[in-house]
Design a protein around this ligand. Sequence first.
Ligand code: PLP
Length: 389
Amino acid sequence: MPRFPRTTSTADGLSDRIFSDLGARARARGGRIYALQVGDTYLDPPAMMRAEAQLTSEHVRLHNYAPVQGEPVLLDAIVERLSARSGAAIDRELVQVTNGGTSGLSVIAQTLLDPGDEVLLPSPYWPLARGIFASRGAVPVQVPLFTRLDEPGFDVEETLERAVTPRTAALYVNTPNNPTSRVLPPEALAAMARVAARHDLWLLCDEAYEELWLGDAQPAPAWAREDFRGRSVAVHTLSKGYGFAGARIGFVHGPAEAMRALRSVNTFATYCAPRPFQLGAARGLREADAWLDEARALYREAGTRAARALGVRVPEGGTFLFVDVSAHLRPGEETCAPFLERALDAGVWLTPGSASGSDFPRHVRLCFTAVPPDDLDEALRALAPLLQR
Ligand SMILES: Cc1ncc(COP(=O)(O)O)c(C=O)c1O
């Protein structure tokens, strides 16, 4: 049957309606709106990373193509950082620069998953993760996990095990997690590794929030664990830690057999990442540790204040709070949709929990780093009347 004028069933299955509906309401409302629905930051990136810090006069062919694998100076900086983080030398050949984490996960999906393969997706999850796997024709299998970590007797291994089928090919591991801001404890990671080993699964580690740990110390990276090594492919991004989202710089690393194929896939997907921002990223990875410390302190403060105002657990890492608003719904309200509308009418734009999994129709997500502290306080004040029981 001819395709024209139909689009693919994969594309038809991807919907951003929930976001656009609220967007239309926000536009119709006008006035000041605190946009806490997107994971973003009010901070500008470190000075040496910024667009205006990369000068054509200082870099020959600044706006030309970069090598497919990545700018040599950035690859060196990545290898240094990963090696320091894992305590083991990382082979430069096994690193690929990507156009941010979204593209990184997308090329991982194209490299490691065939259409019809199932991916275990612990939920709630980063809203785009599901669509990225679905775009590949893979089947994301939601497994409620992050919100259950504190349940007495909750067993990560058994829970994942129950979701495995003969089609399962991979397990997605995002810690710190978007949207719960939970960090997976070592026992949970060990349980994941056992399931992966038992069923020969790839472990897809999403390190987007690796620099935004908000506890006392940076958690050890999952991909560097003995029981993850060899079967884990990790995706990193400078979007979150460094406030560099518009620059679209990320990177992937993993075992040789995955990375050889991934480099080809990346060539056909994007060819290379923007050269000026690769040069900025290289400097940031080497020179911006003090900036990261300050950013973390600001975010820690914001996250703690927001968590107290909303009556939820203080975030362990990341930029979000995930709040069950069941108690604040009115009689007859089944989902958070009317709550989101009330929040928007009060000037605060939040994300529906359903974007992070079908088990969360009565949760909402709030980004506490998207606006400066005074604006966040204003937004929390505006939300307060909606949160009274
Ligand atoms: C868990 C997670 N992974 C990856 C990304 C991708 O980030 P980017 O494409 O901006 O690098 C995000 C962005 O929100 C995220 O939350």
